[in-house]
Design a protein around this ligand. Structure first.
Ligand code: PLP
Length: 392
């Protein structure tokens, strides 16, 4: 028996981009010590008070089927948070609680695209994007951003692909580049969406990790609230990756349709997880700053280490938990560089090519290990690049 084209074709026939990561994991399983600078997972665990609240909720009986759209208090809190942060009037009816940002990304594409519709996204991209779009039976079409623009998308490049498309997926602060889209970039994107009648799916899961500039939610731009679905998550902001809790914020009628989708797929998020998410959100901004602080600190370390060399160049690291390093001076591809670094020094980074074509000749470094080990690994990476620099 054959599985459906929709499910068997999720990866689109290509590699899933995780070869270096998988090799590193094989080495670790074989007993080699590897410095992993690969995935976007905090080096701290979910804070004890959040877990205690989860336990309290579970012991208190919130273990049956929970409200499918999300428990009222959590929907209310997310609505309040989004309204406070963006100024856009937001009610609980604009919010659906989802099992993490990933489920929200999938649901948002199901909500906006019919089978076979073109869904645009930007390259470089978070690894799941094209597969998520295919899983929703839409056709992924990617638009290159450019290293020379520090990966800020050009509205004209998007407009060139927009005819007949249904949706555009963007992500700021960006994984993998660490770039935060400027107001001008977002205004340009919004204009293309309005002119071409596109849905905008705005992945804002890193919105609490902004080191330079400000996070602007495009839902707040003129005429955008009615055509924007915002994807949010507790994973990165509250170090709750394993709890699988996030949300979609959008127009009420779409949220109401999305509740039907949730009823027929996930049947919602466990009640005790939702209670813990509410507790976590109620800890306020200072808690979120605490969770984000290690990445801010390590970005400063990276600036210091990289200032002393010219073999690699840092793409402006404005937000999120990653650095994108341009290693084109070595003449190597990102993939060759990452494999060679792993082999020579047991340091694992992600090749830029894992995230599409636009970041070829780059590597992504996750700032997710303890400061001194992070600094040491970065220094080794720089010397490694220096030794491989092509003669001028
Ligand atoms: N969006 C981006 C850009 C991400 O980097 C991630 C996870 O790394 C996600 C969405 C999904 O996060 P989660 O499903 O844990 O909320």
């Amino acid at each position: 028996m054959q599985a459906s084209q929709r499910i068997s074709g999720i990866l689109g026939g290509g590699s899933d981009g995780w070869d270096v990561f998988n090799k590193a994991r094989e080495m670790i399983a074989a007993g080699t010590r590897v410095t992993e600078l690969t995935i976007g997972e905090h080096d701290i665990r979910t804070a004890a008070p959040i877990l205690q609240d989860m336990h309290r909720a579970a012991m208190g009986g919130h273990t049956g089927y929970a409200s499918v759209p999300g428990v009222a208090a959590l929907r209310q809190e997310v609505a309040r948070r989004v309204q406070d942060r963006t100024g856009v009037p937001t009610a609980p009816e604009n919010v659906l609680i989802t099992p993490g940002g990933q489920a929200a990304l999938f649901s948002a594409h199901v909500a906006t695209c019919n089978a076979g519709d073109t869904a645009l996204y930007l390259d470089p991209f978070y690894a799941t994007y094209p597969g998520t779009i295919r899983g929703a039976s839409a056709k992924p079409v990617c638009i290159q951003t450019r290293a020379e623009d520090a990966f800020q998308p050009r509205a004209s490049d998007i407009a060139a692909q927009a005819k007949g498309a249904k949706s555009l997926l963007i992500n700021s602060p960006n994984n993998p580049t660490g770039v935060v889209y400027s107001r001008a970039t977002l205004e340009g994107i919004a204009q293309v969406c309005r002119e071409h009648d596109l849905w905008l799916i705005s992945d804002e899961v890193y919105d609490t990790q902004v080191w330079e500039g400000a996070h602007i939610s495009p839902r707040a731009l003129e005429g955008m609230a009615e055509r924007t679905l915002v994807v949010g998550s507790m994973s990165k902001s509250h170090a709750m990756t394993g709890s699988r809790v996030g949300w979609i914020v959008g127009p009420r009628d779409v949220i109401s349709d999305l509740i039907n989708l949730a009823t027929h797929t996930t049947y919602g998020v466990p009640g005790f997880i939702q209670d813990a998410a509410l507790f976590a959100l109620q800890q306020g901004e200072s808690f979120e700053e605490e969770i984000a602080a290690p990445f801010k600190r390590r970005r400063d370390i990276a600036h210091r280490v990289l200032a002393g060399q010219n073999a690699v160049t840092l793409v402006p690291a404005q937000g999120a938990m990653y650095l994108m390093l341009d290693i084109r001076n070595t003449g190597m591809s990102g993939e060759d560089f990452a494999f060679a670094l792993l082999e020579a020094h047991q340091i694992a980074v992600m090749p830029g090519e894992s995230f599409g074509r636009a970041a070829a000749g780059h590597v992504r470094v996750a700032m997710t290990i303890e400061d001194s080990a992070f600094e040491a690994a970065l220094k080794v990476l720089c010397v490694f690049a220096q030794n491989r620099q092509s003669p001028a």
